[in-house]
Ligand binder design. Structure first.
Ligand code: NA7
Length: 538
């Protein structure tokens, strides 16, 4: 394996985000020729595109960076416990420089098609600007949240002011000073945006369809003393992440919410609410995700906190979710989010009472009124997990497309391979623990596993791998069975492949992996130790 001319490579990687960058580094170490094709003009993926105000980590910064290089760990210093997007993008660029990655990345190259040629044993990958590249292996590093979705509201193109989607934010600074700004959407992104825009906007109107359960982020700068401590504890931090369900530094408390006294339970909830990060979600009692009665205890607790923080009680009630329990959808972490609704310049419009009827040239019409704006911000989310795959015409054996194959929901082996699509590996694909994880931790596992696999192929003189249908069926069943008892499968969310703005994304199918990263890793290791059982090798 060292095929290389200007368009023919051992491997093609789609995407130069956190996973594509690391995969490139690893495949180079194997001596492979690699071409990375990246739609953006720089590295960073999510952190390149999502430049909206307030974008930042919900993972502790020092648990998020790559762990594989001591040099990178030694040289990089995070400034905050939950760093903001500009710093994370600088980090991605720092890593790209350090590892000299850019020479194998072709920027401004959006892939629109990838076709497997079984006779030639290679993929042909084409970009929107008409260029073609061939590679023996195709590795998708396209991210689970990379296809922004705009709402399907009449008149959306009529608006004469500035319209922006948070995931496609301009590279130039955007000022809200004195402006009349609308934000549509109150997911993790909307919440981060709203709390930032509210600081300077003349008027901010938030259009909320369904509220989410938000909890305090409790961010702060990292002091020099803490920095020294973090450096010394890196191995311990990463080991802790490795052992935990979602690779965060927080792991579920072994007690049950309903197995302790009310006093003990409330004291624990107070402690979690007052602690930084995802502790209140990932480090909570283990039964809150399974038992509705247990879940009600934390939902009631957080609802009371919202009532205590928002002055107008009608607004407070509208900000409290009633259609799902705490933690059954992604928990947005916030900094003074609820207090924003106490400001005179901020108003909440509840779309459950007064839906948007159309966007006009000057603003937004609801069933009750017309409101004028200078700017509309769409924080309306993504065609999650499978959207990035739908956007590219992947064509496998006998001309079958991946979109056709996954029309009723994805079917994968380990969330890394699809029968009928030989020599293709899907980093952070559906049914992969990495799609429900402190993502770089799981990305490192995905990349290292894929690299070991390709090393095995080379060492054994093999050139074709294809997941077997029965192995994929078994894995897919296991994915669904592991999630079955979890409350989040009873709720509409992007975890369940629901997106009201995308045709066909209205049937619940679990897209992630619920049994946890340690189980996932063990299963991957077991498959590898058995000579990649479940994969036909030639
Ligand atoms: P989310 O979590 O999917 O949130 C999207 C928000 O946009 C949510 O509040 C939606 O309401 C709202 N939305 C979507 N379409 C519409 C229309 N047509 N009208 C009104 N409101 C709408 O996306 P985020 O970007 O916030 O977060 C995605 C992930 O990125 C997040 O989990 C982090 O991991 C990072 P709905 O709830 O559907 O009623």
């Amino acid at each position: 394996m060292t095929t290389s001319d200007s368009t023919n490579f051992d491997a093609i990687i789609i995407g130069a985000g956190i996973s594509g960058m690391y995969q490139l580094h690893q495949l180079r170490k194997l001596g492979m020729s690699v071409q990375v094709l990246e739609a953006g003009s720089g590295v960073g993926g999510t952190w390149y595109w999502n430049r909206y105000p307030g974008a930042r980590f919900d993972s502790e910064s020092y648990s998020y960076g790559y762990s594989f290089s001591e040099e990178i760990l030694d040289e990089w210093q995070w400034s905050e416990h939950f760093s903001a997007q500009p710093e994370t993008l600088r980090y991605c660029n720092f890593v790209a420089d350090k590892l000299d990655l850019r020479r194998d990345i072709r920027f401004n190259s959006r892939v629109d098609r990838a076709r497997w040629d079984d006779a030639a044993g290679q993929w042909t990958v084409t970009t929107e600007d008409g260029l073609s590249f061939t590679g023996q292996y195709l590795i998708t590093a396209i991210g689970p949240l990379s296809v922004p979705t705009w709402p399907t509201i009449d008149g959306i193109d009529d608006f004469g002011g500035q319209s922006m989607h948070t995931a496609n934010w301009p590279h130039e600074p955007v000022s809200f000073e004195g402006k009349r700004v609308a934000v549509i959407g109150t997911g993790a992104t909307g919440v981060q945006t709203i709390q930032e825009v509210a600081k300077t906007a003349g008027q901010l109107t938030v259009f909320q369809r369904r509220p989410n359960w938000c909890a305090p982020l409790k961010n702060s700068p990292i002091t020099p003393q803490q920095q020294t401590d973090i450096r010394a504890r890196y191995p311990e931090i990463f080991e802790r992440c490795r052992q935990s369900h979602g690779c965060f530094i927080h792991d579920a408390d072994p007690r049950r919410a309903l197995g302790v006294s009310e006093e003990e339970r409330l004291a624990f909830y107070e402690e979690l609410y007052d602690s930084p990060g995802f502790g209140i979600w990932m480090g909570n009692f283990r039964d809150i995700f399974i038992s509705e009665a247990a879940n009600k205890t934390i939902s009631d607790f957080v609802a009371d906190k919202i009532r205590g923080r928002v002055r107008d009680q009608d607004t407070a009630e509208r900000l409290i979710p009633t259609d799902h329990g705490f933690g059954t959808r992604r928990v947005p972490l916030e900094t003074h989010y609820f207090e924003v609704y106490n400001q005179d310049n901020v108003r909440l419009v509840d779309l459950r009472d007064t839906p948007i009827t159309r966007i006009t040239e000057t603003g937004i019409a609801t069933s009750a009124e017309h409101l004028e704006f200078d700017m509309i911000i769409y924080a309306t989310g993504f065609d999650a997990v499978t959207g990035g795959f739908d956007r590219i015409a992947f064509e496998g054996l006998e001309g079958q497309t991946l979109k056709q194959k996954w029309a009723d929901g994805p079917e994968t082996f380990l969330g890394m391979m699809v029968p009928g699509f030989p020599n293709m590996l899907t980093l952070v694909g559906p049914h992969n623990a990495a799609s429900f994880c402190n993502i770089p931790r799981c990305i490192e596992q995905n990349v290292e596993w894929a690299t070991d696999f390709l090393r095995h192929m080379r060492d054994k003189g093999l050139c074709r791998l294809e997941a077997q249908p029965d192995a994929a069926l078994e894995w897919t069943q296991h994915v669904h069975e592991s999630a079955e008892k979890m409350l989040y499968t009873k709720v509409d969310s992007w975890f369940m492949g629901i997106n009201s703005n995308v045709e066909g994304k209205n049937k619940r199918t679990f897209l992630l992996y619920a049994a946890g990263a340690p189980d996932y890793r063990a299963k991957c290791d077991e498959v590898a130790a058995a000579g990649y059982a479940g994969v036909a090798l030639q």
